[in-house]
Write a protein that binds this ligand. Structure first.
Ligand SMILES: [Zn+2]
Length: 269
């Protein structure tokens, strides 16, 4: 459902996990992230795109390959698709499809398109790769740690940072592919803030912010969280419970993070 609109940015936020689909309008193109989740929500995004597309090209950036972020891909067959090399070479494409189908089976969901794993037109394989689209420049950075195929996108000159499942204001970091990778990716986010002029942040789950300080705070919280995972029982869980309204629902991911972090650190010793 509709979440945010200002100038050339419109953001839809699903009722499920506050998952976002960002839509950026440039002179030549419409650029969208992760169309998701429910049929009515995807239909709302489709009609927004139809209303504004005209003779512009539609681009979809997939921020990573978790099934909830690609479940809407079949609804936009005309789009030019951008994702990381890891996304393209994902050895678990079949599993992603199975997860989409299992979700629709569980909740009796009918879609008027065939769920599928996206086919990529533009594969991003290096940090700092650029794509010029008329008045806008997109710069991409690899973002492993949550999954190993994550992608950050910076859009200038409008100063938008699309971070996928990092730097959320409604979730602590979910470490699914690597603790050390995750730490480096958060450091990369700091570097990006220093080297690009950014004023708007759209996380993959949660709320848009227009405050630069809020973006920095989100980065700082992730850094602290990752470091404090290694201290035992210093109140991190309590702090997360206070900070995140839906902590009870995601508590297991926190406990898995604690285990994963100490395991990875011990392996490096
Ligand atoms: Zn997600």
């Amino acid at each position: 459902m509709f979440h945010f609109q200002e100038k050339n940015l419109t953001v839809f936020q699903s009722s499920l996990y506050k998952t976002t689909s960002a839509v950026v309008h440039s002179e030549e193109a419409i650029i969208m992230t992760d169309p998701t989740w429910l049929p009515e929500e995807i239909a709302e995004i489709q009609s927004h795109i139809q209303e504004h597309l005209g003779d512009k090209q539609l681009y979809i950036i997939y921020t990573h390959s978790d099934f909830d972020h690609v479940i809407g891909s079949g609804a936009f067959p005309e789009a030019t698709v951008i994702a990381s090399e890891g996304f393209q070479n994902n050895p678990k494409k079949e599993e992603v499809l199975e997860e989409m189908n299992a979700f629709d089976q569980e909740y009796y969901i009918e879609r008027n398109y065939e769920p599928r794993y996206p086919t990529i037109d533009r594969v991003i394989s290096a940090d700092g790769e650029k794509l010029e689209l008329g008045d806008m420049t997109l710069t991409f950075y690899q973002a492993p740690g949550h999954t190993n195929d994550g992608l950050f996108t910076v859009i200038e000159p409008c100063g938008i940072f699309l971070s996928g499942d990092y730097l959320s204001d409604v979730e602590f970091p979910f470490i699914e592919s690597g603790y050390h990778d995750y730490k480096e990716t958060v450091e990369k986010a700091s570097w990006i803030m220093q080297h690009h002029d950014l004023n708007t942040h759209v996380p993959g789950h949660g709320n848009v912010t227009k405050q630069k300080q809020e973006i920095m705070d989100r980065i700082d919280f992730s850094k602290q969280y990752l470091n404090r995972l290694l201290d035992d029982g210093t109140g991190l869980e309590k702090e997360c419970r206070n900070r995140f309204r839906f902590f009870e629902g995601m508590k297991n991911s926190h406990l898995e993070n604690v285990e994963r972090a100490s395991k990875e650190v011990n392996e490096r010793k």
